[in-house]
Design a protein around this ligand. Sequence first.
Ligand code: IPE
Ligand code: IPE
Ligand code: MG
Length: 249
Amino acid sequence: MSYFEQIDKSHVPTHIAIVMDGNGRWAKAQGKDRIFGHLEGVRSVKAIVKAAAKADVKYLTLYTFSTENFNRPAAEVSALMGMFIDSINKETDELIENGVRGLIIGDMNRLGADVIAKAREFEQRTADGKKLTLVLAFSYSSRWEITNAARLISQDVVAGRIKEEDINEQLFSSYLTTKDIPDPDLLIRTGGEIRISNYLLWQAAYAELYFTDTAWPDFKDEAFYEAIVNFQSRERRFGKTSEQVKADK
Ligand code: IPE
Ligand code: IPE
Ligand code: MG
């Protein structure tokens, strides 16, 4: 039986976040350059967006470019920026047809005007999508996001728009780039590393973590469905006992 057939359709994770890692090593293992791995990685993005929609996942967040990735060689950074623009140009029509809404989260101040314009165009053109929200974390890192939220909150306190005593978890969340997006239920990292790399640190507080050695260019629909089946075998207790969780059902 395929992994897709093994999915319990009654409790599919609402939000899956992915650290798409391993492109460079995948390419090098075949004697190719890193960019070749990134190009193949784009094919996996297309496959996983389709797979997520088919499984009825409502939110898919992809770690596409971290603020730390600006420290890579300039040629790789500019290739990734170019691929971001090209992919939006090539794929937006089909995403609209499939009911995908696109959102870009990250520090726009570090991006070029052409990239920012493309990101805004992508969000505007796909704004009516109802089937799946595709969130691209681009020029993103959690510590940037949390620090930025703290700054915005303090500005609002100083300006009298909110009071210090209004600050709670819900209000804090509403200052993050992910406001209005539910927290991820499942966080997948491909490529063999067992780390978070500054991704969704606040939002993933209670996410189930799934690590696979499969490199991102080899991660296609069945590998994604396998992660969902694995997720469904776990008991999420949110601090309670197993007995309490069973009684709540
Ligand atoms: C992930 O693959 C893609 C980005 C970070 C943009 P990597 O480029 O990190 O690939 P490895 O980890 O070097 O294999
Ligand atoms: C994380 O991958 C960022 C993205 C997938 C975009 P990296 O390959 O940059 O992570 P580290 O630096 O090895 O942890
Ligand atoms: Mg990597």
